[in-house]
Design a binder for this molecule. Structure first.
Ligand code: NAD
Ligand code: USQ
Length: 383
């Protein structure tokens, strides 16, 4: 099976491309490398030194004898996208290629517009390209658990059955996203669902939780294959940030009360979920939604787990409750379903002490690369 990984130079995409290549899929990466450019603009760097994409791919070829094609370009450029699709002729397109940071999208008007144009136009171009020439191709699109927000009822997987004034229907689950980035994912979901309905396209929307960890079997094979690990206040995500903060003795940055509950998963489960979605495609005309996380934690709990694991390694770790730069509920009900990927055979890696140890050890190994000035959050939702 031929799989095109859009956004394959990024955190989830790189790990996925190598995993699929290692498991017998014909893989190509399409990426415009804009994430490296945004890092440079913000003066931030991944904790881990990532090699240029061409060198990464060369090393993969040398190590495994497997080749991954590369298309460097932007999916908001329809001519480029269409040409790449015709050259590679994918059976499945995995779409990670978006601006994915909530704080980045809240910097100012320019960044909100950039995020929504990049994400919504890119996905819309992809839908048109599929409709024109690849109508049987399966789209596996990365959505986010944050599309749902934090409602005071259980969160279903994409749809909810409602009875109202004596009538009953199954409808898209209500969306209450918390940033212009998360909103872009909602807009994408609506566009994909509509395209499946009118053109008979097949798509799986993977509402992924916060991903943590850095090592997969493949990215751990060689220093040149190392994955990115972001810790800065814009692109760093909660658990990865806490482990890196712990490694350099920075107090853990819990925003507000810390009762914010989210779905989390290990990056080794991200890559496996991709394979499960690809190997069990949606039917023509079907718009499926899977909630992709393995465990629920609140942020305060996570900070305590990192503190305990770090103390066992001899690190001295404090927890700070900062004034919350975001507008979000800090104590709330949160109970989301996640059975569909488990039913397909996902065997989760749970957040055990050993994972925290390995993430902490990794952070300690690269601690000299950390710029402490980039740790505190600088983007406010209220400004
Ligand atoms: P990332 O920033 O590391 O990677 C995204 C990649 O997409 C980058 O290499 C970037 O250059 C590329 N890209 C962006 N816009 C593009 C465009 N217009 N054309 C071509 N390439 C483009 O992000 P990530 O953490 O790997 O996230 C990947 C996807 O997974 C995103 O859609 C994100 O919303 C989703 N997701 C991520 C997480 C997480 O915790 N990292 C959690 C849930 C969902
Ligand atoms: N948080 C802290 N301290 C920090 C960082 C974050 O308390 O140092 C809190 C935030 O306020 C928020 C929660 O942790 O309540 C999650 O924040 P995050 O930055 O880890 O994750 P988020 O902004 O939601 O975005 C990340 C990815 C995004 C993906 C999303 C999945 O960047 O691409 O869509 O996780 S989810 O959160 O399920 O929507």
């Amino acid at each position: 099976m031929r799989v095109l990984v859009i956004g394959g130079d990024g955190y989830c995409g790189w790990a996925t491309a190598l995993y699929l290549s290692n498991h017998g899929y014909e893989v190509a990466i399409l990426d415009n490398l804009v994430r490296r450019h945004w890092d440079a603009q913000l003066c931030v760097e991944t904790l881990t030194p990532i090699a240029p994409i061409q060198q990464r791919l060369q090393r993969w070829r040398d190590l495994t004898g497997k080749s991954i094609d590369l298309f460097v370009g932007d999916i908001t450029d329809y001519a480029f996208l269409s040409k790449a699709l015709h050259q590679f002729e994918p059976d499945t397109i995995v779409h990670f290629g978006e601006q994915r940071s909530a704080p980045f999208s809240m910097i100012d008007r320019d960044h909100a517009v950039l995020t929504q144009v990049n994400n919504v136009v890119g996905t819309l171009n992809l839908l048109y390209a599929m409709k024109e020439d690849f109508p049987d191709c399966h789209l596996v699109k990365l959505g986010t658990m944050g599309e749902y927000g934090t409602p005071n009822i259980d969160i279903e997987e994409g749809y909810i059955t409602i009875e109202h004034n004596g009538r009953k229907d199954t409808l898209p689950y209500p969306k209450q996203p918390g940033s212009f980035y998360h909103l872009s994912k909602v807009h994408d979901s609506h566009n994909i669902q509509f395209a499946c309905k009118i053109w008979g396209l097949r798509a799986t929307d993977l509402n992924q939780g916060v991903v943590y960890g850095v090592l997969t079997e493949e990215t751990g094979m060689d220093e040149m294959l190392i994955n990115r690990l972001d810790y800065d206040g814009v692109f760093g995500t909660a658990l990865n940030r806490f482990c890196i903060q712990a490694a350099v003795g920075h107090p853990l940055t819990v925003y507000g009360k810390g009762g914010q509950t989210r779905g989390f998963l290990d990056i080794r489960d991200t890559v496996r979920c991709m394979e499960l979605a690809i190997a069990n495609p949606a039917e023509p005309g079907q718009f499926r939604v899977f909630n992709q996380f393995t465990e629920l934690f609140n942020i305060g709990e996570l900070a305590t787990k990192v503190q305990q694991a770090g103390m066992a390694m001899g690190l001295k770790i404090e927890i700070d409750h900062l004034e919350n730069p975001r507008v979000e509920l800090e104590e709330h009900y949160f109970n989301a379903k996640n059975t569909k990927l488990l039913d397909l055979g996902l065997q989760p890696h749970y957040l055990s002490d050993s994972l925290l140890d390995s993430l902490l050890n990794f952070a300690v190994k690269y601690q000299t690369r950390i710029d402490k000035n980039q740790i505190l959050p600088k983007v406010s939702w209220r400004r």
